[in-house]
Design a protein. Structure first.
Length: 236
């Protein structure tokens, strides 16, 4: 059962209900603490990669996996019409408390195509929601169906090959754990409760580009961050 612990942490922070750090752990990394206030950062506090993504906004906007709504709020303040969606009901409640005008609990795969957009954002490792490499085509097709003719999808991720040990010849020791080294399983713990383990995908740029080419889409590298991360633009 989905406990929505990330969302609970956001709502606790937004309502000053004794928020605690979120503990995350993956199948290739040990437990790490994350301060909830990081999800409430201002534009000036965001990494340059996220700032660049927001500066490229145009037209009507869909913010997928909006979390606490920091990106949506910034864009809204700049005068954009933004629909913010997340599978977390607590995240959406947090967005509304913070002043996001249009926030909706929604799985992107089930979002009706009755409204289409000029810019679709998937930020903070936007490829994560794909879960596994085999799901990329399904998500790309859905995202494109929601995109206006001259629209853009702005998405970020990281190439996590750096997390694996290197041998004397410069090769990488990658455990046999799935179809692709960027497929991770995540555990989230908050206030003593543990979320059910879920799949999360980190995608290197070349693999994303190839997936786009297979669907006759254009994928352009916009910028690279300081730690193996990148921002890409996908267009029809």
């Amino acid at each position: 059962m989905f406990k929505d612990l990330f969302g609970k942490a956001m709502l606790d922070f937004a309502t000053n209900n004794s928020p605690e750090n979120i503990i995350t752990e993956t199948n290739i990394s040990e437990a790490d603490e994350m301060e909830v206030n990081y999800l409430f950062r201002s534009f000036k506090e965001m990494p340059k990669l996220e700032q660049k993504a927001l500066q490229l906004a145009k037209g009507s906007i869909l913010d997928v996996g909006c979390g606490a709504g920091s990106h949506a709020l910034y864009l809204q303040e700049k005068g954009f019409d933004v629909l913010a969606i997340d599978i977390s009901s607590n995240a959406i409640e947090t967005c509304k408390l913070r002043g996001v005008k249009r926030a909706k609990q929604q799985n992107i795969l089930e979002l009706p195509t009755t409204e289409t957009f000029d810019t679709i954002y998937l930020l903070m490792n936007g490829t994560g929601i794909f879960g596994k490499l085999k799901n990329i085509d399904e998500y790309l097709k859905k995202l494109i169906s929601l995109l206006n003719e001259n629209g853009q999808i702005l998405i970020d991720s990281s190439d996590i090959i750096y997390m694996f040990d290197e041998d004397e010849d410069g090769g990488k020791w990658i455990p046999i754990q799935g179809d692709y080294y960027g497929e991770l399983t995540f555990k989230v713990t908050y206030k003593g409760e543990q979320e059910e383990t879920f799949d999360w995908l980190y995608l290197d740029y070349n693999t994303l580009q190839n997936a786009c080419l297979a669907q006759n889409l254009k994928c352009t590298l916009i910028t690279e961050g300081d730690h193996f991360d990148y921002l890409a633009r996908i267009t029809k």
